[in-house]
Design a protein around this ligand. Structure first.
Ligand code: HPA
Length: 273
């Protein structure tokens, strides 16, 4: 499908009828990281299903709501629940949420996800500030006719994970009980976890963590010039690092365990942005 600027505008216009809040920061909450949404004060919630031209969350651990409000005195909009290619969405469709948030006026995007650790020095419960990513699977979300109102056909991604925001996130880690690293995220399309051989290849290529999300949103943000911060919560050692099978239950359990400390860390970051 070839999208026009008006396509995204219809969703943003609808959302403006639901709230007067003009968000400064757009936050995407990954698997089981939804508890951060409880930190949003004076929340106004809109179900994805109500929003014209939006997508629907099909994953149980993703709520499927936009939450407008304030966190640490900053006006935010949180996506509680995100969209993945493994749900059946095309990469091109995955531009929709970030473009709609951009039209609502956000001036920075903060993306979060659950990820498997490739780097053997990482442990479940650690956080990784994404410095860069590797995406060798699937199309670019920017494939197809370019919508010039958002950005140019060809665009630089060498600083897409905004250096100043990465530094800010690392500085905010100083008062946090979390171990926070900076590293490279490698995208795998899922829904199956990776094979041990894929994880060995990822390590050789320079990946520190792997996951099934975030890069499409990050590329969409980079295309429209949005300052970007992306954080991975390490929920498990990636396939083959430990001699046992991976399960979604393990990922969800680890994400739930860290959700409180991660929420506090995020509040600190939002206050500092
Ligand atoms: N692989 C891919 N995605 C993930 C993982 C993993 O090991 N853990 C959490 N999300």
């Amino acid at each position: 499908m070839a999208y026009t600027y008006e396509y995204f505008q219809a969703a943003a216009d609808f959302l403006r009828t639901k709230t007067d809040i003009t968000p400064e920061i757009g936050i995407v909450l990954g698997s089981c990281l939804g508890p951060f949404a409880q930190a949003v004060e004076n929340p106004v919630t809109v179900d994805y299903a109500e929003i014209p031209h939006f997508l629907l969350s099909t994953v149980a651990s993703h709520a499927g709501k936009l939450i407008f409000g304030t966190v640490a005195g900053r006006r935010v909009v949180c996506m509680s629940g995100r969209f993945h290619s493994y749900e059946g969405y095309s990469f091109e469709e995955l531009v929709i949420p970030i473009r709609v948030l951009k039209l609502l006026g956000i001036r920075a995007a903060v993306l979060t996800n659950a990820a498997g650790a490739v780097n053997r020095d990482y442990r479940p419960g650690d956080v990784m500030v994404i410095r860069d990513h590797i995406k060798l699977n699937g199309d670019s979300p920017l494939r197809g006719p370019n919508v010039e109102d958002f950005g140019p056909r060809f665009f630089d991604v060498s600083r897409m994970y905004t250096p100043e925001l990465r530094k800010l996130a690392l500085d905010c880690a100083k008062g946090s009980p979390l171990r926070v690293h900076e590293g490279t995220y490698m995208f795998f399309p899922g829904p199956q976890f990776e094979t041990p051989a894929e994880i060995r290849a990822a390590r050789l290529l320079g990946a520190d963590a792997v996951g099934m999300s975030t890069v499409t949103e990050a590329l969409t943000a980079a295309h429209c010039g949005l300052p970007l911060l992306a954080l991975s919560v390490v929920t498990n050692m990636a396939a083959g690092v430990l001699d046992r099978p991976l399960s979604a239950g393990e990922v969800d359990e680890a994400a739930e365990k860290i959700a409180g400390a991660f929420s506090d860390y995020m509040k600190h970051i939002v206050a500092a942005i």
